[in-house]
Design a protein around this ligand. Structure first.
Ligand code: ADP
Length: 177
């Protein structure tokens, strides 16, 4: 089935959350190859550099043999063309994502002369509340992010905010005692 060959899952992944991982697992089961690609958006001020995010994604997906990790800049439709795919994967958490995602999906369809379509995966309910920005915010106050990200990712996030690895929970417990 040629049509279902390669799909691209683009995003900021700053940081990679369990919500992203859920989408990756599900999309990887639908396509022969899933290309997870970090958008190199120079305007943003990221927590992790693009290469750090690529490395985190590689580590997190190392057991998924049909997942490849990459980064890109410029127009997504050009990147899709270069990678010989017509399918973009995006996740939808709530109605608030919809307006923005619909606009981008339609723009990409027009820019690619109808060649590139977007497939939306609705979030698994347990991750519907999860966003990279809320993870950043919780971690910046040394809060518990263990239900939001993989353990090795949590460690790297705490380090970015100057907290030692695994510090968060124990310091909170100490506080309550
Ligand atoms: P972007 O800046 O491109 O929106 P993100 O890393 O925030 O990058 O998100 C990448 C994609 O993953 C988006 O389609 C987003 O809707 C989706 N996504 C983010 N968090 C979740 C989640 N908890 N469940 C499902 N999809 C999600």
């Amino acid at each position: 089935m040629n049509k279902m060959n390669v799909a691209i899952y683009p995003g900021s992944f700053d940081p990679l959350t369990l919500g992203h991982m859920d989408v990756i697992h599900r999309a990887a089961s639908m396509f022969n190859t899933l290309l997870v690609s970090v958008l190199n958006n120079k305007e943003k001020c990221p927590l992790f550099s693009v290469s750090e995010r690529v490395n985190i994604l590689k580590e997190a997906t190392k057991e998924l043999t049909n997942v490849r990790v990459d980064s890109f800049s410029g127009l997504l439709v050009n990147y899709a063309r270069e990678n010989d795919t017509r399918v973009i994967i995006r996740g939808l958490r709530a109605i608030t994502d919809f307006d923005y995602e619909l606009q981008i999906a339609q723009t990409n369809r027009i820019l690619s002369n109808g060649e590139v379509d977007t497939v939306f995966l609705t979030t698994s309910l347990e991750y519907a509340y999860l966003s990279s920005s809320s993870v950043r915010q919780i971690a910046s106050f040394n809060g518990d992010i263990s239900m939001c990200v993989l353990p090795f990712v949590a460690e790297q996030i705490y380090q970015k905010y100057g907290f030692g690895s695994g510090n968060s929970k124990s310091s909170q417990e100490e506080h309550h005692e």
